[in-house]
Design a protein around this ligand. Structure first.
Ligand code: G
Ligand code: G
Ligand code: MN
Ligand code: NA
Length: 255
């Protein structure tokens, strides 16, 4: 069976799960949110990484129903955490460029919020810079504005890896930049990468955006990012992505 037909079958069979990775404030160490990360447990074969199946899902258009499921499940879970009395944090969902171009993401988001009862500010969305490689797509611009009006906050994922024309940061209602983990990895052993982190933090500052570094694995990386004035971190240093139950436990009793 091709990966495509297995993906299709996996959706029908409900083989997907979301894990959640905490995002943490560098100012006071409090939790600021949870990123939902898709996991596929493919029977005997075990777990298949999203790095492998997301590109196939994008090529085949399966990312549309799969992304719809992710939105619904992340909103449902976040609402359940809130109803269980856990602190009200936003959940961040990754959106694929293909979803934004080929489907009505606004309608899917609206439905996920309505079905779950989660308010719009309980959902953040992450999109990668590659979305902005071509001219502004008017449908994407209008979509972002509508999402913003619904209270949803937008972040640029993998910032610094995609595109150098930063005009879109001013034209679109973007709230946050996520520094790509490849830049974080070089902190400490390369003055160059420290300079890149510094530059991204400075862009965020001057545009009034928040900034989060992803893939933080060591205390040394954390200290440099703190000194550079980064707002938040996410990474193995604080926590790996956790299943929903363990994520809820961490929200209830953060370290
Ligand atoms: O969690 P992990 O490091 O294995 O994720 C690998 C890649 O898959 C990352 O680029 C991540 O953004 C992407 N990814 C994880 N979950 C989702 C999802 O729900 N939707 C989309 N579009 N991408 C995801
Ligand atoms: O592209 P995106 O940022 O959405 O992908 C996040 C991916 O990075 C996930 O697959 C997640 O599992 C992975 N990840 C999260 N924290 C760390 C980390 O500290 N180190 C490494 N190597 N990967 C991480
Ligand atoms: Mn992401
Ligand atoms: Na990223």
């Amino acid at each position: 069976l091709s990966l495509e037909s297995r993906l299709r079958r996996a959706l029908d069979r409900g083989e997907f799960r979301l894990h959640y990775q905490p995002q943490v404030s560098l100012a006071d160490g409090t939790l600021t949110g949870m990123e939902a990360l898709l996991r596929w447990h493919a029977g005997d074969e075990g777990d298949i990484s999203p790095a492998r199946f997301i590109p196939i899902a994008e090529e085949t258009g399966l990312i549309v129903p799969l992304g719809r499921w992710v939105l619904g499940e992340a909103c449902r879970q976040n609402r359940a955490w809130r109803q269980a009395g856990l602190p009200a944090l936003p959940v961040s969902v990754n959106l694929s460029v293909v979803q934004l171009r080929r489907s009505d993401v606004v309608a899917d988001v609206r439905r996920a919020l309505e079905t779950s009862g989660l308010p719009g500010d309980g959902l953040h969305l992450e999109v990668t810079e590659s979305l902005f490689l071509s001219e502004d797509d008017p449908a994407v611009v209008t979509g972002f504005q509508t999402l913003r009006e619904m209270g949803i906050s937008l972040a640029i994922d993998d910032f610094g890896t995609g595109y150098s024309n930063l005009g879109y940061l001013k034209r679109l209602p973007i709230a946050k930049l996520k520094i790509d983990q490849s830049f974080v990895r070089g902190i400490g052993d390369s003055g160059h990468d420290t300079a890149i982190n510094q530059a991204i933090i400075s862009i965020a500052r001057s545009l009034g955006l928040g900034v989060i570094a992803e893939g933080v694995e060591t205390a040394a990386e954390l200290r440099v990012l703190q000194a550079l004035g980064c707002d938040e971190i996410q990474g193995f240093y604080y926590s790996r992505p956790l299943d929903a139950e363990r994520a809820g436990q961490l929200m209830a009793a953060p370290p």
